[in-house]
Unconditional design. Structure first.
Length: 238
């Protein structure tokens, strides 16, 4: 499976950040490799600008969230159709920060993933246990329930991102054995051809080891995707 290296910029980035992505392309001597998919998910304000600038340069652009409806009276929300219109190819749904900050349930995430399909795009559906859940040995139960609840029925393409909540932005990562075990578990629960990304403190120093683990088909990178040098090193490690 072709690896997917995705950067989730979260609530970071202004129009001047175009220069950071231009720097990334420059590090590839202007020719981004096509044996791996590269994706940047900037804040919604930058999706149109980045898509116009970079979609033809081998860097796909994605959204970080969308509303389940296509349009309507939902002040402040953005629909999957709007993301598609702006040039997005993927939309992240169910990130743990949205599940926590906006009380998004599995059912809400499933409806969003369906909306992404409706708009003709690919959802990246995020799952992952908290530290307390892992300590209690419940990580598979939690992730299994999130998978059952968040993946819509249907044949359209989707990507799963396994992001243990306790590994996000902390510098902590599960052991390679724990990542392998969880990815094998997720593999057994999703259909063939679905890419399973690992996310949570992926950085240049651990990317090679993580991306070599069985059933890890790429990474969803937060902090390290904001810096061209770091994101370049992670892409090269794939
Ligand atoms: P960090 O790479 O900053 O830990 O964030 C991971 C993440 O949440 C990506 O979606």
């Amino acid at each position: 499976m072709k690896p997917l290296i995705a950067g989730n910029w979260k609530m970071n980035g202004l129009s001047a950040s175009v220069q950071e992505v231009q720097k990334l392309i420059g590090l590839f001597s202007g020719s981004v490799p096509d044996d791996r998919d590269i994706l940047i998910c900037p804040p919604a304000t930058l999706v149109g600008l980045f898509a116009a600038e970079f979609s033809d340069e081998g860097i796909a652009v994605g959204g970080q969230d969308c509303h389940a409806n296509a349009s309507g009276a939902h002040t402040g929300d953005v629909s999957a159709e709007m993301m598609a219109d702006a040039g997005a190819a993927y939309i992240i749904v169910g990130h743990s920060e949205r599940r926590a900050d906006h009380a998004e349930t599995d059912e809400a995430v499933r409806r969003k993933a369906q909306a992404v399909w409706r708009a003709g795009l690919t959802p990246i559906i995020c799952v992952g246990e908290t530290e307390a859940e892992r300590r209690a040995g419940r990580e598979k139960e939690i992730v299994g329930a999130q998978l059952s609840g968040s993946i819509p029925a249907g044949d359209d393409a989707y990507v799963i991102a396994y992001e243990p909540v306790w590994a996000i932005g902390t510098g902590l990562t599960p052991t390679p054995g724990d990542i392998a075990e969880m990815h094998a578990f997720i593999r057994s629960r999703v259909r063939d051809g679905v890419r399973i990304l690992y996310g949570g403190s992926v950085k240049p120093s651990n990317a090679k080891e993580i991306l070599a683990i069985a059933n890890v088909h790429g990474a969803l990178v937060g902090g390290a995707s904001l810096k061209a040098d770091d994101f370049y090193a992670i892409i090269k490690a794939a």
